[in-house]
Ligand binder design. Structure first.
Ligand SMILES: NC(=O)c1ccc[n+]([C@@H]2O[C@H](COP(=O)([O-])OP(=O)(O)OC[C@H]3O[C@@H](n4cnc5c(N)ncnc54)[C@H](O)[C@@H]3O)[C@@H](O)[C@H]2O)c1
Length: 251
């Protein structure tokens, strides 16, 4: 099993990509700490992990709240004795409210950056010392193709671009302590976050027409990349940015 003996904390694991990764990580032998602000989602993920024969515990943790993150990391270590993998997956895209800088409200900007970028900072701040105690570990961060190219939703793009810069900085600073940090940049993935787009034939078609592989991504497409980066197979991989987008950014 590819994550045998590892303890992994996943944020935003009550839905979409985070839920899929929690199940895959557990099937591959990790003991998983499923965190989210959505308690119903946490329950669902734990049921899926259990049905797959894996081991996981759940905890409500808002990544933008320093106290909750500190407690969540402590809970992981208390429960499973150590922490080896942090998967910063939680994120928001405030569709219909986000937009170009001249139009986006300060409140929407702050909410987006607080969850997507400050959330990553807080999780790393409290998880890295525990990972160092465990002899090192892997941080997997979910940014977006929108962090690499220009878009019309500036708060989201800026927050994801910031995650890429922070991941590279963490990779170089903590390499001596055997901490690896990498970023996944998904393209369009069918999850609750994109349900509105998936359910509109016109919007969906526009995405597909722009995607060389001509299909929407699935949560498992991202979970497999996260699994590789979390595992020891990626022992020489750090500071990387891995696009999983069906070819969109290659155009
Ligand atoms: N779906 C896509 O097309 C797409 C594309 C590129 C990047 N992403 C990124 O992938 C990641 C996963 O998104 P998804 O597509 O699975 O969407 P999703 O909405 O299904 O999942 C996001 C999860 O994050 C949780 N969350 C939101 N705010 C939180 C907070 N403050 N603290 C903790 N958890 C919080 C939500 O409750 C939800 O369970 C996000 O970072 C998103 O920005 C998604």
């Amino acid at each position: 099993m590819r994550l045998e003996g590892k303890v992994a904390l996943i944020t935003g694991a009550g839905s979409g990509q985070g839920q899929e990764a929690a199940v895959l990580f557990a099937v591959e032998g990790a003991r998983v700490v499923v965190t989210d602000v959505n308690e119903e989602g946490i329950k669902q993920t734990l049921e899926r992990v259990k049905a797959a024969g894996g081991e996981a515990v759940g905890r409500r943790m808002d990544v933008a709240d320093a106290e909750q993150v500190q407690e969540g990391v402590a809970y992981a270590v208390r429960t499973f004795g150590m922490l080896n993998v942090l998967y910063n997956n939680a994120g928001v895209y405030l569709r219909g409210k986000d937009g170009p800088v001249t139009r986006v409200d300060t409140e929407i900007w702050e909410m987006t950056v607080n969850i997507n970028l400050k959330g990553m900072y807080l999780c790393c701040k409290y998880a890295i010392p525990e990972m160092i105690k465990a002899g090192g570990g892997s941080i997997v961060n979910t940014a977006s193709a929108a962090g690499l190219i220009g878009t019309n939703y500036h708060a989201y793009s800026a927050s994801k671009g910031g995650m890429i810069a922070l991941s590279r900085s963490i990779a170089t600073t903590y390499a001596p302590q055997n901490i690896r940090s990498n970023v996944i940049c998904p393209g369009f993935i069918e999850t609750p976050m994109t349900a509105e787009i998936s359910s509109s034939q016109r919007l969906l078609q526009a995405y597909l027409d722009n995607t060389p592989l001509h299909r929407a991504g699935k949560p498992i497409d991202i979970a497999y990349m996260a699994l590789y980066l979390a595992s020891d197979e990626a022992a020489f991989v750090t500071g990387g940015v891995f696009v999983v987008d069906g070819g969109v950014t290659a155009r």
